[in-house]
Design a protein around this ligand. Structure first.
Ligand code: UGA
Length: 437
């Protein structure tokens, strides 16, 4: 018997998961309470930018295996139900808001058939899965709940879903593992590492992985601060330590730090949960990781002031990049936009360019100025800031921009541009964590 799958919540994670599960040959229905999302997905339009996903969505819709609905009764014949709703930071604190996961469970529990398995994929505070499982079993004791955290990166969502680095399944019952083995049989045949855990460990794997990644970035940004003070170069330092396989070279890109909808809120929610559990001391260091990260944004603004003047009023500044990282149109907690807004708040005239995120940036910060092309963005600028490392910015010919700006100075907030190339073209080039600022 073939497995039928439902995906509850069709945001970033859910839309990707539903599409990829369909591409593996399963019949999938994606359900969301937001009719706009469902309408858009049903028409083959992804409401955000993610390479490869829209093409795949259209193929899967045509195959007839993938459908979307706002009606929860559409899931009643499904065998496995993935919960993919968001857990944003609460408005008045640092904890995660679990409202949507509980609402999703409450909506599906009375509808799902006996023998079906609910699988949480959302990033949740440890202990949530067990609570949800108890709640589900009270409503229908002939069902079960497992946890299967996702590790997908924006910009690589399809690749990370179809070929994950590992699959982690938190189960309370071996039957749940057997069902998940069937769902992921292709990955198992491809030798993807399969890790079976209890429910709390599976929840912790996800948040500790993100905490580790955040720590790595803040570590190199702390080294950048020391390099600046000592006249060193953090890019050379990162390269040198990265050759040690125990350290590894990835996630050692110093700059304006991490943002997005995951790392910042996940480390904060992790601290909040540890405090509830009486283990706050264990995660005290994450407070420092968060501070180093936010300090990277202030250090960038210090560089701007050092270059132009303490008083930024009336200064024309061009900002290249608005997304929290390249290959994404996501501007949630974007370091680039945060810096742009702060500089504008200090009186500067800021114009922002981004290949994909302008629409989202404008909706969030309408007071900033936006440009459709790199050329119009930098026109008459007294200073150019490179804040999101899109490929198009690395491909800029600095000679071509020279005649457009009022003053050829660029600050590389991502340490991704070729300093020698820009200098040879006649630019003043500065960067975070490198001497000669
Ligand atoms: C992150 C994790 O990498 C995924 O494994 C995880 O599944 C996901 O969160 C999630 O929890 O859903 P993502 O938010 O897409 O993925 O972005 P990352 O690639 O981790 O980048 C996060 C931020 O760190 C970006 O602002 C990026 O510019 C910054 N970064 C990254 C650096 O400043 N330096 C680096 O060396 C690497």
């Amino acid at each position: 018997m073939s497995i039928k799958i439902s995906v509850i919540g069709t945001g970033y994670l859910g839309a990707t998961h539903a599409t990829c599960m369909s591409s593996l040959g399963f019949e999938v229905v994606g359900v969301d309470v937001d009719p706009k999302k469902i309408e858009s997905l049903s028409q083959g339009i992804i409401p955000f930018y993610e390479p490869r996903l829209e093409e795949l969505l259209q193929t899967e819709l045509k195959s007839g295996r993938l459908t979307f609905s706002t009606d929860f009764s559409a899931i009643k014949e499904c065998d496995v139900h993935f919960i993919c709703v968001g857990t944003p930071q609460i408005a008045n604190g640092i904890a995660a808001d679990r409202t949507y996961v509980f609402a999703a469970l409450d909506a599906i529990a009375p509808v799902i058939k006996d023998g079906s398995l609910v699988v949480g994929k959302s990033t949740v505070p440890v202990g949530t899965a067990a609570e949800l499982r108890d709640r589900l079993l009270k409503i229908n004791p002939k069902t079960d709940l497992a946890w299967n955290p996702e590790f997908l990166r924006e910009g690589f969502a399809v690749e990370d879903t179809l070929n994950p680095t590992r699959l982690v399944v938190g189960v309370a019952n071996h039957l749940a593992e057997e069902t998940l083995r069937k769902v992921y049989s292709k990955n198992l045949a491809d030798q993807t590492p399969w890790i079976v855990a209890d429910l709390p460990t599976s929840e912790l794997v996800k948040v500790s992985a993100n905490a580790f990644l955040a720590t790595k970035i803040s570590f190199i940004n702390a080294m950048a601060e020391v390099c600046e003070a000592a006249g060193g170069d953090v890019t050379v330092l990162a390269k040198a330590i990265g050759y040690d396989p125990r350290i590894g070279s990835r996630f050692l890109q110093a700059g304006i730090g991490f943002g997005g909808g995951c790392l910042p809120k996940d480390i904060r929610a992790f601290m909040a949960r540890a405090e509830e559990l009486g283990a706050e001391q264990a995660l005290e260091f994450l407070r420092e990781i968060d501070s180093i990260n936010l300090r990277a944004r202030s250090r960038m603004i210090d560089l701007v002031r050092r270059d132009l003047s303490e008083d930024l009023r009336g200064k024309k500044i061009a900002v290249l990049g608005a997304a929290f990282k390249p290959d994404s149109d996501d501007v949630r907690d974007s370091p680039a936009l945060d810096i742009a807004v702060q500089i504008q708040g200090a009186g500067a005239h800021v114009t922002v360019h981004d290949p994909k995120a302008i629409h989202n940036a404008e909706a969030r910060f309408p007071a900033l100025n936006y440009a459709d092309t790199i050329e119009t963005c930098v026109a008459d600028a007294e200073l150019v800031l490179h804040l999101t490392e899109w490929k198009v910015y690395r491909e800029i010919d600095p000679l071509k921009l020279l005649g457009l700006v009022a003053n050829p100075t660029i600050i590389d907030g991502r340490n991704a541009l070729d300093r020698e190339l820009w200098r040879a073209a006649g630019w003043q080039f500065r960067a975070l964590g490198r001497s000669e600022n």
